[in-house]
Ligand binder design. Structure first.
Ligand code: G3P
Ligand code: MG
Length: 229
């Protein structure tokens, strides 16, 4: 049986400011085998932040995509942390964990693919260390064209996607689904098509048990120590 995966969602974001190096460092210290993060492309760099606006997680204002990289990098993303660059997260994680890169912003597949290719070549990271996911399935298809060996996670949220044929057709590795749409039929449908099913966001022991009972392959959690609390 393959290993059940706990993805540290935006790092150990239940304890440290989400999507910051300190959240990723803590996740690793807690023994997380995988981390999840969200990226936008700004001035030729991939920056790690979840919302399209800055107010919730930083001391900045306005839209991420309307700012310069230098403006974004001067912000406080919580407890004095900066908004990280994806390349800094690669430096931190190195070969210690897998990284699920969620493409949030437009035009992120090409720079993400380039950065992954460089990491594999220059940092000795492995293709199996990456899963690239997105709600934007066109971006995923673009990534597949550029870098076919990178595993893709097709994200679905509130819509009742009972049938995940679309993910099989796009050659995805996994479906990443919101917890509220997961049931046994959904799990069976994904598995029948050879897809893994990873579920977000699972922050209580009760939900974790329920998901494990249904046979999902892993969950995203803000508490990578969830099994222990
Ligand atoms: O990748 C799983 C999950 O992160 C997707 O939703 O909004 O938390 O990025 P969100
Ligand atoms: Mg995400």
């Amino acid at each position: 049986m393959s290993e059940f995966i706990l993805f540290a969602h935006r790092g150990a974001s239940g304890y440290e400011p989400e999507n910051t190096l300190s959240a990723f460092e803590l996740a690793l210290a807690m023994g997380a085998r995988w981390i999840e993060l969200d990226v936008y492309a700004v001035d030729g760099e991939l920056v790690v932040i979840h919302d399209d606006r800055l107010e919730r997680t930083t001391n900045g204002t306005g839209f991420v995509m309307e700012k310069s990289l230098s403006y974004l990098r001067a912000l406080d993303a919580g407890k004095g942390q900066k908004i990280p660059l994806l390349r800094e997260v690669f430096d931190l994680v190195s070969d210690r964990a897998g990284i699920n890169i969620e493409l949030k912003g437009p035009e992120t597949a090409t720079p993400a693919s380039a950065l992954i290719a460089a990491a594999i070549k220059e940092r000795r990271m492995k293709a199996e260390q990456f899963i690239v996911s997105s709600f934007n399935h066109k971006e995923l298809q673009r990534l597949k064209t550029i870098h076919p060996e990178i595993r893709l996670g097709a994200l679905v949220s509130g819509v009742p996607w009972r049938n995940v044929r679309f993910a099989e057709k796009m050659g995805a590795y996994a479906v990443h689904a919101g917890m509220n749409i997961v049931n046994r039929r959904f799990v069976a449908n994904a598995h029948r098509r050879g897809l893994k099913l990873f579920v977000y966001t699972v922050n209580t022991g009760e939900d974790l048990e329920r998901m494990q009972d249904m046979g999902v392959d892993g969950v995203f959690t803000n508490y990578p120590d969830l099994c222990l609390i």
